[in-house]
Design a protein around this ligand. Structure first.
Ligand SMILES: Cc1cc2nc3c(=O)[nH]c(=O)nc-3n(C[C@H](O)[C@H](O)[C@H](O)COP(=O)(O)OP(=O)(O)OC[C@H]3O[C@@H](n4cnc5c(N)ncnc54)[C@H](O)[C@@H]3O)c2cc1C
Length: 403
């Protein structure tokens, strides 16, 4: 277990420039340069396959949030070939510490030289032409592709095209912050958590000088509209932290306002994932576009990395398989479809399991009912910590790179 820190360093040359109102043909197009899109592109690169990543933002997001990187994510990063370099830059956590609110008791360097990125390229619609997909960009460019992968987050355009239901609001918001301590924070390398009274807070050292913190709450007339202002949000968090030790509260106090962000929590109902099409022919989704979940397990990004590895392996094996003869285009489409179906079979249940566990865990952790509070603080606390470790103990397998 360790921390995957807030910053990506971009080492990706921009190989293409945007061209207006013209049609371009690609083998593999990935929509979204978040963690899922980048992991998939890197995985495909390791399998010897080039892809084009389309990102609606003007640049790669290099700051903004941190997340807990569990064992399963490190296995995926190892499969992608970047685990060992990242390990040297991150602090391995040595413990989980749970507490009650009432009692008080990177830099990631990802190099994908073979793949291209188009920033400022927002996908607005998708069309079918034979076995190919036409990807329409907001600027008017149309791309034709043999494979389309949606890594475009909770509001996925690709997911919508597949017919997946819009993710639901979980009835909770989360505030996240990063606090810098130039002279060192002095915290032990442990994940500190406090829950109860309708809120949950957590504090995780990223390295000797930075602490990532979060605070989850339910909307009420008291906090309505506060998410618009970082300073009001910070004040609200401080007023609700409860009886946590002063040095813990001072982590929030010392956060700069531009390092505080509030977001609504969304998730996909598990039965939508069970019955829905997560892939259709040569189109599929990965990461939050596939399995948006509440952050209570800290598994959204970790499982997006798993998706990237599994998808690259399934697709890579299918595309690198020796052609079986017959009409070239049709035969290749069938191989891609087979690879995509294999990916969907491997990932569907993992997504369902993580979404469901995260939701139930969040409900228990954040409850302010007397009975649940008592059960949680007395009996369930240890089991919940064990559940985090259990769900993280997953191996997405390796990539056998031909290069
Ligand atoms: C409060 C909170 C705490 C969390 N903590 C953790 C944690 O500790 N551990 C963990 O593993 N996960 C955590 N997560 C979850 C994690 O942040 C997400 O699961 C993860 O970032 C999803 O990555 P993604 O690449 O699938 O999607 P995103 O990061 O959303 O990336 C999607 C990308 O697609 C682009 N895009 C969208 N639409 C289009 C379009 N039409 N055309 C082109 N580009 C488009 C977007 O600009 C974006 O760059 C947390 C989430 C929250 C809200």
């Amino acid at each position: 277990m360790g921390i995957f820190s807030p910053i990506y360093h971009l080492l990706l040359p921009l190989c293409y420039r945007k061209s207006w109102n013209m049609e371009i043909i690609e083998d593999i197009v990935i929509v979204g340069a978040g963690i899922a899109g980048l992991a998939t592109a890197l995985g495909l690169h390791r399998m010897g396959l080039k892809s084009l990543v389309l990102e609606s933002s003007d640049s790669l997001r290099i700051t903004g949030f941190a997340f807990l990187t569990w064992t399963n994510a490190w296995r995926a990063l190892d499969a992608l070939g970047i685990g060992s370099s990242l390990r040297q830059e991150h602090l391995p956590l040595q413990g989980l510490v749970g507490g009650s609110t009432a009692t008080g008791l990177s830099t990631a360097q990802i190099s994908i030289k073979a793949s291209a990125k188009w920033f400022g390229s927002k996908v607005v619609s998708i069309e079918v032409t034979g076995n190919l997909k036409l990807v329409h960009l907001a600027a008017g460019t149309i791309l034709k592709t043999k494979v389309l992968i949606g890594c475009d987050g909770v509001n996925s355009v690709v997911g919508k095209w597949l017919g997946l239901q819009k993710p639901a609001f979980a009835g909770r918001w989360s505030v996240r912050g990063l606090t810098e301590f130039p002279d060192g924070h002095g915290f032990r390398p442990e994940f500190l958590q406090y829950f109860g009274d309708g809120i949950r807070s957590g504090f995780l050292p990223c390295d000797e000088n930075t602490i990532y913190w979060f605070f989850t709450y339910s909307p009420s007339p008291e906090n309505k509209g506060k998410e618009e202002s970082a300073s009001e949000m910070k004040e609200y968090v401080l007023s609700k932290l409860g009886n946590v030790p002063q040095e813990v509260a001072s982590v929030v106090e010392k956060s700069k306002l531009d390092a505080v962000i509030a977001s609504p929590l969304r998730f996909r109902w598990p039965w939508h994932l069970l019955w829905g099409d997560i892939c259709k022919g040569n189109v599929c989704v990965a990461g939050d576009a596939l399995h948006p979940m509440t952050p209570d397990l800290g598994q959204g990004a970790c499982s997006a990395l798993e998706d990237g590895v599994v998808l690259a392996r399934c697709l890579g094996e299918a595309l690198l398989e020796k052609p079986r003869g017959g009409a070239k285009e049709e035969e290749e489409y069938e191989r891609i479809k087979k690879g995509m179906d294999k990916y969907a079979r491997e990932r569907r249940w993992r997504g369902i399991e993580l979404i469901t566990t995260a939701y139930v865990l969040g409900w228990i952790q954040q409850s302010d009912g007397k009975v649940i509070n008592y059960l949680r603080d007395k009996w369930l606390s240890k089991g919940m910590a064990e559940m985090l470790l259990k769900k993280a103990d997953f191996d997405c397998g390796k990539l056998y790179s031909p290069i």
